[in-house]
Design a protein around this ligand. Sequence first.
Ligand SMILES: [Zn+2]
Length: 398
Amino acid sequence: MRRSFRFLLRPTSKQAAALAQCLEDHRQLYNAALEHRRTAYRKAGVSVRYGDQSAELKNIRADDAEGQGRWSFSSQQATLRRLDKAFSAFFMRVREGRTPGFPRFKGWGWFDTVEWPKDGDGCRWDSQPGHPTTTFVRLQGIGHVKVHHHRSVKGRVKTISAKREGSRWYVILSCDSVPAEPLPAAGAVAGIDLGVAWLVTTSDGGHVTNPRHLVTSADRLAAAQRDLAHKKRGSSRRGRAVARVAALHAKVRRQRLDCAHKAALTLVRDYDMIAHEALRIANMTKRAAPEPDGQGGYLANGASAKSGLNRSILDAGWGVFLTVLAHKAESAGRELIAVNPSSTSRTCARCGHSARENRVTQAEFVCVACGHTAHADVNAAINILRAGLALREAAGAA
Ligand SMILES: [Zn+2]
């Protein structure tokens, strides 16, 4: 299994400056390489390839020993490969008959990661293994940087990346041959419904909530985004507002990931098989459809613009949650089944009658055919479980 581990770095102020410089030089390299490709194409109709650019690195480094020459050759190659990938994706979309945007120059703040593609090549994880209390990672041109090593790393370290998030730096290790850690059989199966007020509702009627602090951060982020929209381009106030949005984004990401880990761990411990709705991107980006107000009418579209923005921030956690759940399920030897979510929320779990009118409010389900009442999310979770079991049976019979 492949898995990544992420740790906060604790650089000295000198190392933090070197990290910033390293990132900046890699950004410049990316942009210079992009400029090179554009010019060659426009002026001579020539496509420049990764191999051509990689071959030129040697000269670039020799001509700028105090600048580009300081950093790892391999991390620079990784940056050029990243550009190459952007071009491959661009040409693929062109071939598919779409009109994609040309790969873009990376502005400051739009380039946040340097990757060293191989442990031991310009970088070294656990570079001072004899140290009694602290773990270090050595990065070429930066030094041995202290790591906040809060959990153990498993498997073999393949690549090492340094990432800037606001004012913090992280190291991300991508490991392979990570051993699976199967759990004993739980003797239970569940369907799960994903929501906003509660991140997860299980078919047993259990809830995992979006924690208060995540909801608060999402509120603050939504407010900061509205605030930013009113600031004049190029003003110093706008600069501060941008920094605030970025910092809150990073905070929401951290809290969301933390919440996803805890929720996924609980589910994987409790159930041998978990059925969930297959997420559709359209589902996640569509917003502010009129919602019943619970008194027979509908709220006007956009009437809840404030909650809409906040809601979309919380919604975005579903993809993260399902990704974390998939990793944990694989490691624990649990079965995860994605089902078509088309009518799970309006079908009665008792009699199977499917009607829009069954869903009285966001929270309440009353079947118009048999009178069955239930929490709407629990009703949906039961339908999801049934669909999952049916899929499993069909797969077993095939
Ligand atoms: Zn019914």
